[in-house]
Design a protein around this ligand. Structure first.
Ligand SMILES: Cc1ncc(COP(=O)(O)O)c(C=O)c1O
Length: 504
């Protein structure tokens, strides 16, 4: 009897293979039917001779099982919500219930074509209509559009509505105030909608300074864009005062509701005095996101702005049917068709499954989880704004960085070694060497405790083994990447080198 040699557990960095490395001559997964010689000749006749291959392409030759194992292994090298804790601040990486996927994949929704007649698509139109109604209630607004395909797209739609309202009323106002804690997309959206952007400074408590705001208001003020809870994870306690001051000065107030997870089911931007609000369904309403979409950034508006909503907008007719219509003073279309329909179906499934009590619990548990992490982290992670937060916890190691040279970046990389996706780092810009940790409501106490334990281990390593942090990650398929080139020399597509193709 032979004894198998024991195999040492491998760390991931040692197991990267390319599909070509497992190729073996003559091995194959499928055998397509052999084409007849006539059809081969016909196919070749259609190809100019200079574009034909002289030799067969050197493709990997693998069995179906080899291919499945290879790609499954590759897919598992990535971090994902299905695999790991993913506390990326400002992103609400909550679990996406599988029932949403099942509903969105029902053939009636999946195969519906945007050019089909309204009469044939009453079911899908009803989905859009019901979601509009639910979001109106959740946001406390007079009307909602589902057209924008992302949060930033929603911001642009909302700011275009504000611009259209000022133009329609000949106010001559073209300046928008934005706090320095705003999400980076806010100033970009306001500028794209034709406004001049003016920054207002936050106070020492991380919130908008009402004095700075009042000083900035004037005859050119068209409005303010405010994120609440703000990007420091704090509720803007003077929110009513801010909304009233901007209204009194003749402006409109815009609520960036991408962080709605903290208040959904409990408080409504409409009740706080806001005129326009966008939300990210791909955050609060649990539709999958990451990797650039697809998402949905519905926009809610107060009654006086309903006529400006984008087209097409779904309405219920007097006969109880549903159709698309263009509001009287509409800003026009946001995209080719009617928004990202699959995301909207998922969001309605989620809203109905949660119900009012479920949404109330979402906000409560999201805030509880963030406060638990904030208060359990070791002292290395200082709290710049005290020991209470909303749905995300902001901490910093600025003092440690000065003393030891260990940066937030090093800690984030070490977390990967310990099996956690890193939190957001260096955002918001107000706080140096910071971490923005958003656990979301879907994580258990056990998972949060494991994360805290990892942060405790890292805090100890800062003194005992700083080289581990400086060289992290050391167990992943790749070490530190050149992040500057990745951001500045963007090349995300497969490039076809046209120079090499000699077209006859
Ligand atoms: C506060 C805030 N506003 C706006 C956005 C933009 O949303 P999107 O990435 O869908 O364009 C985000 C994104 O996470 C956000 O956190």
């Amino acid at each position: 009897m032979t004894t198998a040699t024991p195999v040492e557990p491998q760390n991931e960095s040692a197991t990267v293979t390319l599909i070509g490395d497992v190729s073996s001559l003559g091995r194959r997964g499928v055998r397509p039917p052999v084409a007849s010689s006539e059809s081969r000749r016909a196919a070749l006749d259609g190809l100019p001779p200079e574009l034909r291959r002289a030799n067969p392409a050197a493709l990997p030759e693998v069995s179906e099982l080899d291919a499945i194992r290879h790609f499954t292994r590759l897919s598992q090298k990535n971090f994902s919500i299905d695999g790991q804790f993913y506390p990326l601040g400002s992103c609400t990486m909550k679990y996406n219930p599988r029932i949403n996927e099942k509903v969105a994949a029902m053939p009636g929704f999946l195969r519906c074509h945007p050019l089909q007649d309204d009469a044939d698509t009453q079911g899908s139109l009803r989905i859009f209509h019901d979601l509009q109604e639910i979001l109106c209630q959740v946001l406390g607004m007079g009307g909602v559009t589902l057209a924008p395909a992302a949060g930033a797209h929603g911001e642009f739609a909302g700011m275009a509505i504000i611009r259209a309202w000022h133009l329609a009323n000949n106010t001559g106002r073209d300046e928008v105030l934005i706090p320095d804690s705003a999400h980076g997309t806010n100033p970009a959206s306001a500028a794209l909608a034709g406004f001049k952007v003016r920054e207002i400074k936050s106070g020492a408590d991380g919130r908008v300074s009402v004095d700075a705001l009042r000083a900035a208001l004037g005859p050119k003020t068209a409005g303010i864009m405010l994120t609440n809870p703000n990007t420091c994870g704090l509720f803007e306690t003077s929110i009513r005062e801010i909304a009233d001051a901007v209204h009194e000065a003749g402006g409109l107030v815009y609520y960036d509701g991408a962080n709605l997870n903290a208040i959904v089911g409990r408080a409504r931007p409409g009740d706080m005095g806001f005129d326009v609000v966008h939300m990210n369904l791909h955050k609060t309403f649990s539709t999958p996101h990451g990797g650039g979409g697809p998402g949905a950034g519905p926009v809610g508006v107060c009654e006086k702005l309903v006529p400006f909503l984008p087209a097409p907008h779904v309405r219920k007719t007097a006969e109880g049917r549903f159709d698309f219509h263009t509001p009287d003073q509409s800003i026009g279309r946001m995209m080719g068709f009617h928004g990202n329909a699959g995301v909207l179906v998922r969001a309605l499934a989620y809203a109905l499954a949660q119900g009012g009590q479920g949404l109330w619990d979402v906000a409560g548990h999201a805030v509880l989880n963030a406060n638990y992490v904030l208060n359990r982290l070791p002292a290395l992670f200082e709290r710049p704004f005290g020991d209470r937060c909303m749905h995300e916890a902001l901490v910093t190691i600025r003092r440690t960085e000065k003393e030891t040279g260990i940066k937030a970046f090093d800690v984030a990389k070490r977390l990967l070694d310990l099996g956690f996706h890193a939190p957001t780092i260096y955002f918001p810009l107000l706080v140096p060497e910071c971490f923005l940790i958003e656990p979301t409501e879907t994580e258990s106490k056990e998972t949060l405790d494991q994360f805290v334990a990892a942060m405790e281990q890292i805090a100890a390593e800062v003194r005992s083994a700083p080289e581990l942090l400086k060289s992290a990650p050391s167990t992943k398929p790749t070490g530190r990447l050149d992040e500057v080139s990745a951001a500045k020399e963007l090349n995300v597509c497969c490039r076809w080198d046209y120079e090499e193709v000699k077209l006859g």
